[in-house]
Design a protein around this ligand. Structure first.
Ligand code: ADP
Ligand code: MG
Length: 405
């Protein structure tokens, strides 16, 4: 994947950006709060149609522009995948709605044609690393599910659609459980929602099983290299409905025990999930909510048998995050035959010099990387000769002349 041209209008503080990108690397340099991360956020948005840092799309609309009754933010990427050239455009349109409200509408156009988001998600692929993403490890399960969903939505066809369908079935089922809890409605009505939930839920679980296992394979190797062989990283999926029959006494299972669920067929997951929903029906009516399924899944990161979320040092959390992100890059390459665009926000400052050198050596014509930094001296002279340097100041990007870099 090669991002060739990026054009932004009213995206956060970047009121106007229009730049060609080289095949290999760009370093965005500038003081804090100038708009560097926003550039990466914009590129990432075009791959996932959501921000990596907020669920509220309107936050990305430039403040000043948003004061207008009609405000439009535009992101346009020209990119090449294989031999094909494409143009992807995303529009965030804030428009008047109701008495004095405003609502936000998203439009996606691929090669000039309006398309459904779920059909185009992942057409342009990008992976982002940002320091605040250590929340994936340190935060709650919803952070980890969001991470997993974003990665799978880009790389696995129809996953995004399945997630949408699941969430709809879940909402309906929860509403019915709540009504039943208040002695309204008929519990036979649950049949149809149990069917829907287990059908699409099984597909999601099956894909998560495969994906986590594939990503883990890359992540442990990368992590091993990053730590020079000192640590072993495990990345494990913890499904809330676990299709694997639990042997007696499994509660005391050791944290580093690998559980292989990869040979379980989707049909068996579906049947098991459905049966389990029936089994716990009484309990779920009593609680008025769906208690098992992909919406309650979690992930776990383990280094040398200790949970990184609980016991990891700051450095270990960072290294784990970097390993997982670089693993995601390799995983996408394996799945799609092509590298995603790689976005690395403030990654250099936290690495020691030999790991910095590793990371700079990692960029290549196949791996296009956008770095941000406040300190250009962290990049070697040889690297800077090959890269483009963009100065970012108050939302304006200026290309640095080659001779100065
Ligand atoms: N919607 C917005 N409209 C205008 N400016 C914004 C918006 N959202 C954030 N900003 C501004 O962008 C700046 C932060 O940009 P960021 O890309 O995080 O900077 P950097 O990565 O260079 O530190 C802050 O000054 C913030 O006030
Ligand atoms: Mg930043």
């Amino acid at each position: 994947m090669h991002l060739k041209h990026l054009s932004l209008t009213n995206f956060r503080s970047l009121t106007r950006l229009d730049e060609e990108l080289p095949r290999r690397a760009v370093v965005l340099v500038g003081q804090n709060a100038q708009g560097k991360t926003s550039v990466l956020e914009a590129v990432y948005f075009l791959s996932a149609f959501t921000s990596f840092q907020t669920n509220a799309d309107r936050q990305m609309v430039n403040f000043h522009e948003a004061k207008n009754p009609l405000a439009v933010t535009r992101l346009v990427a020209d990119y090449q995948t294989g031999r094909m050239k494409h143009r992807l455009e995303a529009r965030l349109i804030l428009e008047p709605s109701g008495a004095n409200g405003q609502r936000l509408r998203k439009e996606i156009l691929l090669d000039g044609v309006k398309r459904q988001m779920n059909d185009v998600i992942g057409h342009f692929k990008a992976v982002i690393f940002a320091p605040q993403m250590s929340q994936i490890i340190e935060g709650g399960p919803e952070e980890r599910r969001r991470y997993l969903n974003l990665a799978l939505s880009q790389a696995v066809p129809t996953y995004a659609q399945d997630l949408g369908d699941y969430s709809q079935a879940l909402t309906q089922r929860n509403a019915l459980l709540k009504a039943l809890n208040e002695s309204k409605g008929n519990s036979d009505q649950l049949e149809v929602w149990d069917e829907a939930l287990s059908k699409v839920g099984a597909r999601i679980i099956h894909r998560r099983i495969q994906a986590v296992q594939e990503i883990e394979r890359f992540a442990s190797r990368i992590h091993h290299e990053l730590t020079r062989g000192a640590e072993v990283l495990r990345f494990a999926y913890e499904p809330a409905y676990d299709p694997l029959p639990k042997p007696n006494g499994q509660l005391g299972l050791k944290i580093d025990t690998a559980i292989d669920r990869s040979s379980i067929e989707p049909r068996d997951i579906q049947d098991g999930f459905l049966a389990r929903l029936k089994q716990i029906r009484g309990e779920e009516i009593a609680r008025g909510v769906t208690t098992i399924g992909p919406h309650r899944d979690d992930l776990r990161f383990v280094i040398n048998k200790a949970d990184v979320s609980d016991y990891g040092s700051r450095g270990q959390v960072r290294t784990t995050l970097l390993a997982i992100k670089l693993a995601e890059v390799e995983w996408m390459k394996e799945r799609s035959g092509e590298y995603p665009v790689i976005l690395l926000d403030e990654v250099m400052a936290e690495l020691d010099s030999s790991r910095r050198a590793d990371l700079l050596g990692y960029t290549s014509p196949e791996r296009q990387v956008l770095f941000t930094t406040t300190d250009l001296s962290l990049f070697s002279a040889g690297f800077k000769d090959d890269a483009e340097i963009w100065n970012v100041k108050s939302g304006t990007v200026t290309r640095m002349p080659k001779s100065n870099s």
